[in-house]
Design a protein around this ligand. Structure first.
Ligand SMILES: [Zn+2]
Length: 194
């Protein structure tokens, strides 16, 4: 029997318009995810959020005077304890069953790198709830959605990415990410066909 979880990746103001590492379309995706989750909560045995939650992530943040390369080094973003690292206000009514934070002391592109407040990792959260399949949505498709999805497949979960509920940092990187996820065995489907 399929037991499905919704994984909402890094929907935080820091990655939306006006944030420190803004992705164009982030705010619209946050609002679309909120509408989808409210309308289709009954499809999911579990809803989990992830957040970039950087305390001192070392070389993940560019050190002045070095400029970020936007590959391995980035402007400071998702800084633990700041309002822009909280879940996006559009998700105020989401009421996730579990919240995973990642990247405290190093880069953490995958939700599977993070842990909950009671120190469980995402794999354990999903396994303990009997989850077989996951739908992945959030920001950015080219980075944290990509790596969370690849890890979900690697961990043996059926994985789908809801293509209208995620956004890449650029169209080019989005094309590459979708190819990698499809190659790995993830399904890419629009939310109205999910
Ligand atoms: Zn980060």
């Amino acid at each position: 029997m399929t037991r499905r979880a919704l994984i909402v990746v890094d929907v935080q103001p820091t990655f939306c318009e006006g944030g420190e590492l803004a992705v164009t379309g982030g705010t619209a995706v946050a609002e679309a995810i909120a509408r989808y989750a409210a309308a289709h909560r009954d499809r999911y045995a579990l809803v989990v959020t992830t957040q970039d939650w950087h305390v001192d992530p070392g070389r993940h943040f560019a050190t002045p005077p070095d400029e970020p390369d936007f590959v391995d080094t980035w402007p400071p973003h998702g800084q633990a304890g700041t309002p822009n690292a909280e879940l996006h206000p559009a998700l105020a009514d989401l009421a996730p069953d579990a919240s995973v934070r990642k990247g405290q002391y190093s880069a953490g592109y995958s939700g599977f790198d993070g842990s909950t407040g009671d120190s469980r990792d995402l794999r354990s959260v999903l396994r303990d709830a009997g989850i077989t399949d996951v739908d992945v949505v959030g920001i950015a498709e080219s980075h944290c959605v990509l790596h969370t999805t690849l890890d979900a497949v690697r961990e043996g979960f059926g994985a789908r990415v809801l293509t209208d509920l995620t956004v890449p940092v650029s169209e080019e990187l989005g094309v590459q990410a979708r190819a990698r996820m499809a190659e790995a065995g993830a399904e890419l489907v629009p939310s109205d066909a999910a």
